[in-house]
Every structure is written in structure tokens, then in C-alpha cells.
Design a protein around this ligand. Structure first.
Ligand SMILES: Cc1cc2nc3c(=O)[nH]c(=O)nc-3n(C[C@H](O)[C@H](O)[C@H](O)COP(=O)(O)O)c2cc1C
Length: 278
């Protein structure tokens, strides 16, 4: 049967509801259910009323509907939902299961105070320069970065030459783009780069677990430059380093910035698939 992943929210609600309900029920009971008649290759959570194809479509739809969302509704995000998302995300794999991720979740006045601390430093211009890309950036990646910038600022109606408007938009990172919840991800600075892979997998699982609940996110490396402000504010232990932040809440589907679409390279551009018959 044709495999037709979709971004359609109605599809998610119609076909995935029992899957998601049972996942939530399992989560709340803290256990896993084993159905002896289940023929599907699922670990732990098995849903007899959903075919494997339905589950695949459902997961695909959740994954494909995730986007970096940069404008949010003023709707609060309940603490229980955040806890469910993070509990799911903690199922992410990590090398030798060391689970190196740490996350600080801020809301209300605590979030506002963090924003104030970071925005002050941003405006003062004293933060270290961003280091997340090397200079020079290889051509392929520079082209993609430029394409990202063009699409992002076009969605906001900001001209390429309008440095002030760009700076203002960058500053919005630090108020978590108006999201009700902000997250700061950190990791023990003594670990090697491979453990940062674990942190990334955790973050992606956070975003997917959020999306499965209709919750939107934006990962934000922009926070990394402001470790000197963030660490004391959150009382991080000295061995921890701020890796990135994340906005979380219910996205505003009407907001122009949320209309930006970032294309992906086709399968053959990034995958070498070898040794299969045919
Ligand atoms: C590690 C990481 C760091 C990012 N940092 C930022 C950021 O600081 N600010 C921002 O607005 N978006 C940030 N993004 C979002 C990316 O721009 C976005 O994921 C990318 O353009 C692809 O778009 P999509 O997520 O909507 O598919 C970051 C994404 C990742 C994975």
C-alpha cells in the first residue's frame, strides 16, 4: 500500500488519536503494555488497533510537521505537558547510556528574568563572537546558509541591507520568540564532542515528543554565546556549559515568520545506499 506521510493536522487527529491516547495512558501509568497477539515490530508500546502502516504514517506526519516556529500564541503550556515531553525525550539513546543531557525549563517570571539578563548582554555587545560555524564555511554550506537567511528574512519582510531590523529579530531569540516556555540545554564541559551527539538526539526527541502533542519548538544556538549570563542566573554547576536554548509553546499559524519553509536536499544528495539487490 502506498505510504503517504502528511502534515495534515486532521490526519493526525483522525488516524493517530488512539495511538497517541494509548501512548499518553502508558506514560501516565509509567509502564509498558505487551499484547501477545501483536505482530508489529514495536518495542515496549504496542497498539493493537493501529496497523504498522498507520503508526508509520503517524510518526512520519509528526516528524514532517515539525518546524522551527518563531511566533507563539499567548496560550500557556501546562507543566504536565512539558514533563511528559521531557520524560519521552529521556528515552533518547546515548553512548554507553551516559545520558549527558541537562535541561533547565523556565516559565513566567523566571523566564522573564533570564531574558532580561541575556538581552542586556546582547545590547551591550560584550558577548564572545558566535563560534558555531567555522570561517571560511565550505561553499555548499555557505550557499545553504544564505538560502536560509533569504527565506527567513523574506518571511518577515526584512531587507537584506536592513541591519537594524535583523538585529531586532535576532534579539527576539532571547525572549524565546514569545513562547510561554523556554529551555536551556547544557552538558558537562569535560565530555568529548561525541557526547554532544547524545545531547542533540535528546533535543530532537524533545521536539518530536512536543510535536506529537501539538506543541511547537525552535532550537536556538543563539543562547550559547550568553553562558556567562545564563549560568549564574540558573545556578548551573561550574562543570556545565550552555549548549543551546529552545522555545516551546503553541505556534501561531498565521504569523508571517511561521510561513517560511526550509527545503531539504533530496535523498541521493546525502545518502549512499549500497549493497541492496536490484
Ligand atoms: C542546533 C540548532 C541551532 C539553531 N539555532 C537557531 C537560532 O539560534 N535561532 C533560530 O531562529 N533558529 C535556530 N535554529 C533553527 C534552524 O534555523 C532551522 O531548524 C532550520 O532553518 C531548518 O528549518 P526547520 O526547522 O523549520 O525545518 C537552530 C536549529 C538547530 C538544529
Amino acid at each position: 500500500m502506498a505510504f503517504t506521510p502528511t502534515n495534515d493536522r486532521d490526519f493526525l487527529i483522525k488516524h493517530c488519536k488512539s495511538f497517541l491516547d494509548e501512548s499518553a495512558a502508558l506514560h501516565l501509568s509509567g509502564g509498558s503494555v505487551h499484547h501477545p497477539t501483536q505482530k508489529q515490530h514495536l518495542v515496549g508500546k504496542t497498539m493493537p488497533e493501529c496497523s504498522q502502516e498507520t503508526i508509520a504514517n503517524c510518526v512520519s506526519s509528526v516528524v514532517r510537521s515539525r518546524r522551527a516556529v518563531r511566533s507563539f500564541k499567548q496560550e500557556p503550556l501546562p507543566r504536565e505537558v512539558v514533563e511528559q515531553i521531557l520524560t519521552d525525550a529521556a528515552c533518547a539513546p546515548s553512548g554507553a547510556n551516559i545520558q549527558p543531557w541537562r535541561v533547565y525549563v523556565v516559565s513566567g517570571q523566571v523566564k522573564a528574568g533570564l531574558t532580561d539578563a541575556v538581552v542586556s548582554a546582547f545590547r551591550a555587545g560584550t558577548a564572545p563572537a558566535p563560534v558555531h560555524f567555522p570561517e571560511p564555511l565550505p561553499d555548499l554550506f555557505r550557499a545553504r546558509l544564505q538560502d536560509f537567511g533569504a527565506r527567513y528574512y523574506a518571511s518577515l519582510g526584512i531587507e537584506r541591507t536592513d541591519a537594524a531590523a535583523r538585529t531586532q529579530q535576532t534579539e527576539r531569540n532571547f525572549s524565546f520568540f514569545g513562547a510561554p516556555v523556554g529551555l536551556i540545554f547544557s552538558i558537562d564541559r569535560r565530555l568529548n564532542p561525541h557526547s554532544w551527539i547524545d545531547l542533540g538526539l535528546f533535543a530532537q526527541t524533545v521536539m518530536i515528543a512536543a510535536r506529537a502533542r501539538g506543541v511547537d519548538t525552535c532550537p536556538q544556538v543563539a543562547f550559547a554565546q550568553y553562558h556567562d549570563q545564563i549560568a549564574p542566573y540558573l545556578q548551573m554547576p561550574s562543570e556545565e556549559i550552555t549548549a543551546f536554548g529552545m522555545s516551546m509553546g503553541y505556534g501561531d499559524p498565521q504569523a508571517p515568520v511561521n510561513q517560511a519553509r526550509m527545503p531539504r536536499a533530496g535523498l541521493t544528495e546525502f545518502a549512499q545506499i549500497l549493497g541492496f539487490p536490484g
